[in-house]
Ligand binder design. Structure first.
Ligand code: ARG
Length: 466
């Protein structure tokens, strides 16, 4: 039997293999709500413009409501031979309301229909992820405020560099995620033009009202070029690119958590809720959630790679290749939402081990820069010379196997006679972090101010979103 929806010019039906490669219903059934929403807006517009009768529009509307409740009740019978979500819904509508169903597809094509459905889906997903990111930023900023003066080593090259505060480190991620949210907001803004009414590719001769459907679906305006409207998938690419950058940020943090939670570091403890034990080594607590967040980045970047590759050779306008856009996007956005939620839970439960962090912060001559700065400030040495003198002092301290603040004044004065015992006031890790009050610096006063600024902003945002 030929396809009941488009089989007019076909004598025979597709082979079983053709049906299998052609069908997308297995995954695009997920677009049912968006498809119904789009069809309702389209039917209302067709009636308002006199293209179909009000009675037919009412029947279509009621039929679509029935279908929505059938899908949601799990009683809708999805059929592979009907290819995709659009044809499945239209066929069921025909069963329910008869010939009026056949009028719904006037001045429309599956090409503008699928672009519309998919945009609505991606837009919802962006909104969901943004809400998750507000929670994550809030968890980070709260933790940062609570531990604004907990001292840890700051690293470059993963070598102890200068002491920083744990709160400051956490707020770095709040900033990164803030930029990720900005990228999602930009993508959402560019996405928000309605493809509906572009029809197959060239527009339509029916007197449709594209502004009306655009408004009904929450779009800012109709897309201005019908060819572009049905062949644009850069909204999905941009979302995946943004998702990939966010995933990279989450992965870097996950990596740090794995390192911090390891026994040699012992900087943080993770809760039972986000770790697992080993089946053979009873002492172990593994940071699985962090490891999985780190690993899932591969899937998300993979999705971007997949869709870029799908799109790169396609002439305008629609090609069936574009049906391959959905699975990577669904998977990447699901994965990302889960990773964000897991990271949020992990951060909420994570506790710094202040003693271990502070001990590590004091190692590796982390206040050497403070010493050099003191020589510049108090003795008027040029920074390069101060750097050299400090280097010599570090070498002496190292040879004597002691930290800088234990090096006797006589040893210091042997290197530079002008050094006084006032120097010891800058050699502790607390003095070091406390002194770094430059804008954006790690001083606890700065960290508290920044954490509070973020928390105020985030509270406003979660209120306006909720
Ligand atoms: N299932 C198709 C997709 O996801 C819908 C559009 C089909 N259009 C067409 N002309 N065959 O892309």
């Amino acid at each position: 039997m030929s396809n009941q929806m488009w089989g007019g010019r076909f004598a025979a039906g597709p082979s079983a293999i053709m049906e299998e490669i052609n069908a997308s219903i297995g995954f695009d059934k997920r677009l049912y709500a968006q498809d119904i929403q789009g069809s309702k807006a389209h039917a209302a517009m067709l009636a308002a413009t006199g293209i179909i009768s009000a009675e037919d529009a009412d029947k279509i509307n009621a039929g679509l409501d029935t279908i929505l409740s059938e899908v949601e009740a799990g009683t809708f019978d999805f059929k592979t031979e009907l290819e995709d979500i659009h044809l499945n819904i239209e066929a069921r509508l025909t069963e329910l309301i008869g010939p009026a169903a056949g009028r719904l597809h006037t001045a429309r094509s599956r090409n503008d229909q699928v672009a519309t459905d998919f945009k609505l889906f991606v837009r919802d997903a962006i909104d969901g992820i943004d809400a998750g990111l507000v929670d994550l930023q809030t968890a980070l900023a709260e933790k940062a405020l609570a531990h604004a003066s907990v001292i840890m080593p700051g690293f470059t090259h993963l070598q102890t560099a200068q002491p920083v505060t744990f709160g400051h480190h956490l707020l770095a991620y709040v900033e990164m995620i803030g930029r990720d949210r900005g990228r999602f907001a930009d993508a959402r803004k560019r996405l928000n033009e309605s493809p509906l009414g572009a029809a197959a590719l060239a527009g339509t001769a029916f007197p449709i009202d594209r502004d009306m459907t655009a408004t009904a679906l929450g779009f800012d305006r109709p897309a201005a070029n019908s060819l572009d409207a049905v062949s644009d998938r850069d909204f999905a690419l941009e979302t995946l690119a943004t998702a990939s950058i966010l995933a990279v940020h989450l992965s870097r943090f996950a990596e740090e958590i794995v390192v911090w939670a390891s026994a040699p570091f012992g900087f943080v403890t993770l809760s039972d809720a986000f770790t697992t034990g080993s089946s053979i080594m009873p002492q172990k607590r593994n940071p699985d959630a962090a490891e999985l967040i780190r690993a899932k980045t591969g899937r998300i970047i993979g999705a971007l790679h997949t869709l870029m590759t799908v799109m790169k050779g396609l002439p305008l306008a629609y090609s069936k290749d574009m049906q391959e856009d959905k699975e990577p996007v669904f998977d990447a956005l699901d994965t990302l939402a889960l990773a964000v939620a897991a990271m949020t839970g992990m951060v909420r439960d994570m506790e710094p081990v202040a003693k271990a962090m502070r001990k590590a912060a004091a190692e590796g001559y982390s206040t050497a820069t403070d010493l050099a700065d003191w020589l510049v400030r108090e003795l008027g040495l040029p920074f390069r010379e101060a750097h050299h003198v400090t280097g010599t002092l570090v070498a002496r301290a190292e040879a004597a196997r002691m930290p800088l603040h234990r090096l006797p004044l006589a040893h210091m004065q042997a290197v530079d006679a002008r050094i006084t015992d006032a120097v010891y006031s800058v050699l502790s890790v607390q003095a070091s972090v406390r002194s770094r009050t430059s804008y954006g610096g790690t001083a606890p006063t700065n960290v508290r101010k920044q954490a509070r600024r973020w928390l105020r902003m985030l509270e406003r945002q979660s209120k306006t979103a909720g």
